[in-house]
Design a protein around this ligand. Structure first.
Ligand code: DX5
Ligand code: ZN
Length: 232
């Protein structure tokens, strides 16, 4: 698929937050073999969000185990303190929250100097205006469609209204950026987010909570192809 206003392909990024951490590499291999595009890694610090997950060592361990890009979503305070750890661990894409770092340009510079890609993320309640001045320096903007902190929450459609302004800001800067939606994405909500202009779809519980994970990734792939046909 191609998102409206975008020449970028639709991408499925399963979130390992809903995987079985006791067999993480196998769970990554399963979605990779079934056709996932990126692996989404949710990093939480128990401070910026009321939950704790994983850190750079897990990214470092996964890096040699998969060819897929590792898409690291930092839901942490002071992301600049840990950014170099995630770069060294092998993160390909890094997003960090605008609410945690109101001056994202130095961090984006560090990512680019290291040959990585990245951008800002915003909570559902954060106005889009807070990220627009920085879109020209971003490769990706992550629009949260649940409150960050936990998998398995219900999708919120309102934040999708931010996507058009983000794409317009990118176009004004002469850039095509990835727009990622995260939270409550399943086979029913993905088309709604695609219609709003997103092209990267994070799915945690809808992938790893399925009885047949391989079949579920296949169903997402078919849906991405169908949504793309309709967009053409
Ligand atoms: C939530 C995380 C999400 C989460 C999504 O704070 O950023 O990436 O894993 O999980 P689902 O797809 O279950 O909403
Ligand atoms: Zn996430």
């Amino acid at each position: 698929m191609t998102a409206p206003g975008s020449t970028l392909p639709g991408r499925l990024a399963p979130s390992i937050l809903s995987a079985d951490f006791s067999r993480l590499a196998e769970d990554v291999d399963r979605v990779a073999a079934a056709g996932a595009d990126w692996i989404h890694v949710d990093v939480m610090d128990g401070h910026f969000v009321p939950n704790l997950t994983i850190g750079a060592p897990v990214v470092r361990s996964l890096r040699p185990r998969t060819d897929l890009p590792l898409d690291v979503h930092l839901m942490i305070a002071e992301p600049g303190r840990y950014l170099d750890d995630f770069i060294a661990a092998g993160a390909d894409w890094v997003t960090f929250h605008i609410e945690a770092e109101p001056d994202p340009l130095p961090l984006l510079d560090r990512l680019h100097q290291a040959g990585r890609k990245g951008g800002v993320a915003l909570r559902p309640g954060t106005p889009v205006e807070s990220v627009l001045p920085f879109v020209k320096a971003c490769d990706i903007v992550l629009v949260m469609t649940v409150k960050p902190g936990f998998g398995g929450q219900s999708f919120m459609a309102e934040p999708l209204g931010k996507i058009a302004a983000i794409r317009a800001a990118a176009e004004r800067a002469g850039k095509t950026i990835e727009i990622e939606v995260d939270g409550g994405i399943d086979l029913n909500t993905l088309p709604v987010a695609a219609e709003a202009g997103a092209n990267v779809f994070v799915a945690g519980s809808a992938v790893y909570g399925a009885d047949d994970v391989t079949a579920r990734v296949g169903a997402f792939r078919e849906l991405l192809a169908r949504v793309g046909e309709e967009a053409r």
